[in-house]
Design a protein around this ligand. Structure first.
Ligand code: NAI
Length: 475
């Protein structure tokens, strides 16, 4: 229809640049490319209509084209207003066989620097399948759970008239969207075979919905695949945290004092990243186990309150809210740098900062802002408190995303091809698939794996071909 454009990106003329980077990334994504080869004939995703809501980057482009190579049709939106790489989005819209004058790719709705209204419009467009019987997808691939949330809110609205509360800026946008939406959300939800969820925060939402008995379709928690959270969250952030800080500020990290709030998988990667640059790293934690880990890894562990007026760089990695408050920022040193790498923007109290009487916000460049306090003290806030590795840099590099996205692809195949094996609930990827994903990445790094002898396998109670560990093993 007239109000459903084929796609919406910033600038199609960037497609050629995007295609070149996609080609470079393919070589660095051996897991995804091996899966393309393995399933080329079987086409396990034929008939799948996948709505994706995940950062529209070069690496995601390789994921999208893998899903298409396996037979799926795909519609896509980014899961963050700042994370799209416009050249990647353009290349996906144009497609490998198209030209900017004759785009033939995947319907993608994403550009860097969306407003919240535009963001949720894009999510709705990705969920709108004009030629499908229900008007919606039959699979969701989510990062942070916003596509899943919109479907659930849509169904709740249709069934009970309930709308999300308007007191939260973001939910107010969702509320307005649902009030004018013409999608039959109940019909859409009824046809969805499942969702595969990328990140800690989205997984957290799924378990809450399951607990409350409101989850409408099965979900695979991709995040807790070992080859996802122990690699992407950790080694990905080890790469992309300092990349974001460097591109944003170019400040010398060596010798500075950096505070990392949270020492989970992301926090571990971030602390190592900053230490690698020669920073003195201080960790804050609420969990005694993670606090002890940080101490054993050689970091000082203390409270934010103790160090807020002494440190130079602050990074939140908790997936929790209200970690750095306006009152904390008021106590920071001149030109302290404040950024978040957790999924949502509520770790840093941006609203409270804006309410400080007399404070002045100024843009240095997109996604880098100074906030000048009435006494002249300045702090630098990255990506307006949204995840800085994607807002200020280009997110994780291809090789680590090949692991996460191989997990995603195998999870999509599981849910789409074995609906009877997954009644509504939240599952993790079976361990043999987790091990398979790791295996697909060994050759590229020149790893030579030792093969178990049958007597050894029997002695430790596993099969020669795996799985090698019980499900409760923690790596
Ligand atoms: P996690 O659960 O492993 O780690 C979070 C840690 O923060 C936990 O150890 C927890 O005890 C701690 N924490 C909670 N409240 C705290 C507080 N008030 N003060 C100090 N520490 C606190 O989660 P993970 O996997 O590390 O993910 C963290 C966030 O990062 C999530 O929102 C996740 O979705 C996101 N993420 C972002 C990525 C990116 O590229 N930007 C990549 C992967 C995950």
């Amino acid at each position: 229809s007239a109000d459903t454009p084929a796609f919406k990106v910033a600038d199609l003329s960037l497609a050629e640049f995007g295609r070149k980077e996609i080609t470079l990334a393919e070589h660095e994504m051996p897991g995804l490319m091996a899966i393309r080869k393995e399933y080329a004939e079987a086409q396990p995703l034929a008939g799948a209509r996948i709505t994706g809501s995940l950062h529209m980057t070069v690496q995601t482009a390789v994921l999208i084209e893998t899903l298409v190579a396996l037979g799926a049709r795909v519609r896509w939106a980014s899961c963050n207003i700042f994370s799209t790489q416009d050249h990647a989005a353009a290349a996906i819209a144009v497609g490998p066989d198209g030209t900017p004058d004759n785009p033939r790719g995947v319907p993608v709705f994403a550009w860097k620097g969306e407003t919240l209204e535009e963001y949720w419009w894009c999510t709705e467009q990705a969920l709108t399948w004009p030629d499908s019987p229900t008007g919606g997808p039959n699979m969701i691939l989510d990062d942070g759970g916003d596509a899943t949330l919109l479907v659930h809110q849509g169904v709740a609205h249709q069934k009970t008239g309930d709308l999300p509360p308007a007191d939260n800026e973001e939910l107010a946008v969702v509320r307005a969207l649902l009030e004018r939406s013409t999608l039959d959300w109940t019909a859409v939800a009824s046809e969805i075979r499942g969702v595969t969820e990328e990140t800690t925060t989205g997984v957290h939402r799924l378990y809450e919905m399951q607990r409350d008995g409101v989850l409408l379709f099965p979900a695979i928690n991709v995040n807790d695949a070992v080859t996802k959270s122990k690699f992407d969250n950790k080694y990905g952030c080890r790469h992309s945290l300092v990349d974001g800080i460097n591109r944003a500020t170019d400040v010398l990290i060596g010798g500075k004092t950096a505070v990392v709030c949270g020492y989970g998988d992301v926090g571990k990667g971030c602390a190592e990243s900053l230490r690698g640059q020669g920073a003195r790293v201080i960790v804050t934690e609420i969990d005694p186990i993670c606090a002890l880990q940080a101490a054993m890894d050689g970091y000082q562990v203390t409270t934010l309150d103790e160090v807020v007026d002494k440190a130079d760089i602050f990074v939140t990695t908790t997936g929790n809210k209200d970690i750095i408050m306006a009152s904390d920022m008021a106590r920071m040193k001149h030109q302290a740098i404040v950024g978040n790498i957790g999924h949502f923007d509520n770790e840093i109290d941006m609203a409270g900062l804006a309410r400080i009487p007399g404070i002045v916000k100024d843009e240095v460049k997109p996604q880098v802002h100074t906030w000048t306090f009435p006494d002249g003290k300045v702090i630098i806030v990255l990506s307006e408190g949204r995840l800085l590795n994607l807002g200020n840099a280009t997110g994780h590099p291809s090789f680590v995303m090949s692991n996460s996205f191989a997990d995603q692809t195998l999870a999509q195949i599981e849910l789409f091809t074995k609906p009877d094996a997954y009644p509504t609930g939240v599952y993790v990827l079976p361990k043999h698939l987790d091990e398979k994903v790791a295996r697909l990445h060994l050759d590229a790094l020149g790893v030579k794996l030792t093969t178990l002898r049958p007597e050894q396998a029997a002695y430790i109670g596993v099969e020669v071909e795996g799985p090698y560990k019980p499900d409760h093993y923690r790596y």
